[in-house]
Write a new protein. Structure first.
Length: 348
């Protein structure tokens, strides 16, 4: 059966090139020059994050590697630290080492947020510390604002740069009683994604001071990212800033309602119990293989995709999956999600 609904994709329009093209044609004016959307996007994100400058990248992988390379060149240090499950290490084939010759120093326990004490136990001189907000692979957990302030302060006091992996910063912002620029102000550089919560097609922006962003532009060209035809990507991201950014709290509240329904049902449970952002994990009393088989059968029988993939657990009889609520997630009522999850064993 064709895919009709998905709790694991952000929206329908992103799955429909025709719909994206239609909206794009309505958004752009006949007087729009190719450079205009990129220039506007960089300016708007710099202003939102309270940074002097910002630079568009075709991928977040390139943006983050560039930030680390610039910090390494500036400090003369080759190591950076971050959570053991930081995206840079787990999902990007260790490009920081293969391309740039950098070393990764994992900090803290792999299943918990790292602490100031964990950072203080690092004795290797660091070029940067990476703070992923939220920490995706442990359920979208967020450190407190005060913890972040102390940790970024320690980072700078020890000659390193504080870098924010803000692939989901638009969503993470809903977990703090602070403005986006106040949150971003804790960091020397901030990377944001254009295709997750904003539902763009691809791309990223790196923000920081003018000197850092100037050096980043050099590395972007060296890595092949100074593409001359980025205007469609930037324009679609601008549409997402206007349409989706104001709704992040709505997405978070719906995520909380879904998590409550799942926990109240009792078959599964969530981490965290009350999500701080639209992102959380659901833990199942099923093996990873059975859960994936059940989800695929659900997809084939009903056209509903519940999750992208199941994550393994040290206990082979258990697994988990990620929920990230966007526009498409609003199509599911909390009770319906709990019922679909409880029904997974019957679909194995």
């Amino acid at each position: 059966m064709d895919l009709r609904r998905s709790l694991s994709h952000h929206s329908g329009p992103r799955r429909s090139p025709h719909e994206v093209a239609r909206r794009l044609a309505e958004y752009l004016s006949p007087d729009t020059a190719p450079a205009d959307p990129v220039r506007e996007l960089e300016s708007r994100i710099a202003a939102l994050l309270g940074k002097p400058a910002a630079l568009f990248f075709p991928t977040g992988t390139m943006a983050q590697q560039t930030a680390l390379r610039v910090h390494a060149e500036r400090t003369g240090r080759r190591a950076f630290a971050g959570h053991p499950q930081t995206h840079l290490h787990v999902w990007e084939n260790q490009g920081y080492n293969a391309v740039h010759g950098l070393r990764f120093h994992p900090v803290g326990d792999r299943n918990e947020l790292f602490t100031l004490e964990d950072l203080q136990a690092v004795h290797e001189p660091l070029a940067a510390v990476v703070f992923e907000l939220p920490q995706r692979d442990i359920g979208g957990l967020l450190p407190t604002f005060e913890d972040l302030r102390e940790q970024t302060g320690w980072t700078r006091d020890h000659g390193a740069a504080a870098h924010c992996d803000g692939a989901r910063l638009w969503e993470a912002h809903t977990g703090y009683d602070a403005s986006l620029d106040q949150l971003a102000g804790l960091f020397d550089t901030v990377y944001v994604s254009l295709y997750k919560g904003l539902e763009g097609t691809r791309g990223a922006v790196l923000a920081g001071d003018e000197d850092t962003i100037g050096q980043a532009a050099v590395w972007r060209r060296r890595l092949g990212g100074a593409i001359p035809d980025a205007w469609p990507l930037a324009a679609i991201a601008l549409m997402g800033l206007e349409a989706n950014l104001p709704r992040m709290t709505e997405f978070r509240d719906h995520a909380r309602a879904i998590a409550k329904a799942v926990n109240d049902d009792g078959f599964a449970h969530t981490t965290p119990e009350v999500p701080s952002t639209p992102l959380f994990h659901v833990h199942l009393p099923m093996s990873r293989h059975d859960a994936q088989r059940a989800a695929e059968n659900l997809r084939n029988e009903t056209g509903t995709k519940l999750f992208l993939y199941a994550r393994s657990n040290p206990d082979p009889a258990r697994c988990s999956f990620e929920v990230s609520v966007g526009i498409s997630g609003l199509e599911f009522t909390p009770g319906e999600v709990a019922e679909l999850i409880r029904g997974l064993p019957s679909r194995v």
